[in-house]
Design a protein. Structure first.
Ligand code: SF4
Length: 193
């Protein structure tokens, strides 16, 4: 079969839970990059994803045991890196951040405790916004800490490398606080393409 005709998996609501799947592992940490969102960012790639998108940009990190355990030392390093005034914020990627909520919640809560909203938090997810609205409490709690969510599976048939911060045209860059307040998806106001 043509690879563009293969599709990612579609879980039922609350079928996949971090409490059953996450090993609290991280695939990599990339401080001071310019590609994972707006401004200078520190990016944490958590390990484990079950969407199995054909053409996944980080297939090795679909394995929940890939990489290293998340540690207090790494968290302290991330906080120290974020403290520089030229760093705009943290980006969570994977793997699937919403299937690694223990790690992502712990880090997000600490960022809000130490920096308030001086640093923003972006996350990528294979879930769509509508799917997340039907998901488990831990996923909704993580969403509550985010500023920006890039949602949806990567679909090879809609691949477009000219898009801002996403790989396929179905994915959206969502303003999370505005979307939660208005109970409907509000797109990032700096979206150009
Ligand atoms: S959701 Fe992202 S990490 Fe997961 S398989 Fe799809 S492209 Fe890969």
């Amino acid at each position: 079969m043509d690879k563009t005709q293969q599709l990612p998996k579609n879980p039922a609501p609350q079928e996949w839970l971090a409490q059953d799947l996450s090993q609290n592992y991280v695939a990599s940490y990339k401080p001071f990059n310019f590609v994972d969102g707006e401004g200078v960012r520190c990016s944490l790639y958590v390990s484990g994803c079950k969407f199995s998108c054909p053409g996944c940009y980080n297939k090795i990190a679909q394995n929940f045991h890939y990489g290293q355990p998340y540690t207090k030392e790494l968290e302290d390093e991330i906080i120290q890196d974020l403290s520089h005034s030229y760093v705009q914020g943290l980006t969570l990627l994977g793997g699937e951040p919403f299937l690694n909520t223990t790690v992502c919640l712990q880090l997000s809560k600490r960022i809000r405790a130490e920096f308030g909203h001086d640093k923003d938090i972006w996350s990528w997810t294979g879930y769509t916004w509508d799917e997340l609205m039907q998901e488990s409490a831990d996923k909704l709690e993580l969403l509550s800490y985010l500023d920006i969510l890039v949602d949806g599976r990567f679909l090879l048939a809609q691949k477009d490398l000219t898009l801002q911060f996403r790989g396929s045209a179905n994915q959206r860059i969502i303003n999370v606080p505005a979307s939660l307040a208005q109970k409907q998806v509000v797109l990032w106001d700096k979206l150009i393409k």
